[in-house]
Design a binder for this molecule. Structure first.
Ligand code: UDP
Ligand code: MG
Length: 313
């Protein structure tokens, strides 16, 4: 299969028929073998009925329905699991992403050898104060921290080599950091393509300014967790050893001083307390390492969501 188009959706009943028609048209014109995976993230409107209708009319259209709303990351993650295409393209359901971008994105993966192409909405039709300004700030920081040169991490329109989506797990609010997750997984060719941003035609946005608060907390946790989550003992152990050695050095100095001048008063010296503190910190760090190692080894899967129904899969 050439392409899987993964679409996370929450209460998007009006947009779905038009979106699927459009994707079908583009894929048929380009003679792709394709599938559209619609992941209903706990919609409370008629979205799932629409998905079922669409799927019954066209076997390329498949649906997954979550038991409740788990968030866009979980929806993408489940779509990635199901995807069979050599290239996987994610797209929002609200017609703000144009299916006309599919061939260009696919070409960059297949012909130009990119692992991931992130859409860049250079011109946006969102509220400046609540969306555009925080978004600029967010992107600048993320790019800095992750050392990935992208202008628009948040864009829902992205294309991946299949291997990429099968090697990562998207959870929490991580849908904003998929390029970062991909980089960690070892995929180096990450690029971007300017894409059209369209006005939301139906329904309302599901994200407000709070997304940036959550986004920044996640950024903190990924930069930190990324450094030591796999082998916490390596991280804590190194610092623990360092502190321990410093403490040992001070102790040695004290012992030698005692030998040189017998009247030297051990506990009356600041160095004594430095030595004690350093040794204690070293031991604490080691202990933290052991505990995180235990947690890391026994951690359950991050994504624990329930699937209520599936169609076409
Ligand atoms: N979405 C989702 N689960 C959520 C919130 C949003 O699957 O909990 C979907 C939503 O239906 C849309 C996409 O994620 O297809 C992007 O959401 P939205 O258009 O509201 O975000 P915006 O374009 O305003 O950034
Ligand atoms: Mg939108």
């Amino acid at each position: 299969m050439d392409i899987s188009i993964v679409v996370p959706l929450l209460n998007e009943e009006e947009s779905l028929p038009e979106l699927c028609d459009w994707i079908n048209r583009v894929c048929n014109e380009n003679k792709y073998s394709y599938e559209i995976i619609l992941v209903d993230d706990g919609s409370t409107d008629n979205s799932w009925n629409v998905v079922e209708e669409l799927s019954r009319a066209n076997t390329s259209i498949k649906g997954i329905r979550f038991q409740r709303n788990y968030g866009k990351s979980a929806a993408l993650n489940e779509g990635f699991r199901a995807a069979q295409g050599d290239v996987v393209i994610t797209m929002d359901a609200d017609l703000q992403d144009s299916p006309d971008e599919i061939p260009g994105l696919r070409k960059m993966i297949v012909d130009d050898g990119f692992d991931l192409i992130s859409g860049w909405k250079k011109v946006r039709y969102d509220n400046t104060l609540t969306k555009n300004i925080p978004s600029k700030f967010f992107n600048a920081v993320t790019s800095r921290v992750s050392k990935i040169k992208l202008h628009d991490f948040n864009c829902g329109l992205k294309a991946y080599r299949k291997k990429v989506v099968k090697s990562i797990e998207v959870y929490g609010e991580m849908h904003r950091y998929i390029p970062v997750l991909a980089k960690w997984a070892g995929f180096k060719k990450i690029g971007e393509k300017v894409v059209e941003h369209r006005k939301r035609k139906y329904g309302v946005t599901k994200f407000g300014w709070e997304r940036f608060v959550n986004g920044f907390l996640d950024l903190l946790s990924i930069t930190f967790v990324g450094k030591f989550s796999k082998r916490p003992m390596h991280f804590f152990g190194l610092w623990g050893t360092l502190f321990f050695l410093i403490g040992l050095g001070f102790t040695l100095y004290l012992i030698i001083s005692k030998f040189i001048s017998p009247e030297f008063n051990l506990t009356n010296r600041p160095v004594f307390y430095l030595a004690l503190t350093a040794i204690l910190i070293g031991m604490q760090l080691f202990l933290a390492g052991f505990i995180s190692e235990l947690i890391a080894r026994n951690a359950p899967g991050r994504n624990t969501y329930l699937i209520e129904d599936k169609i076409g899969l």
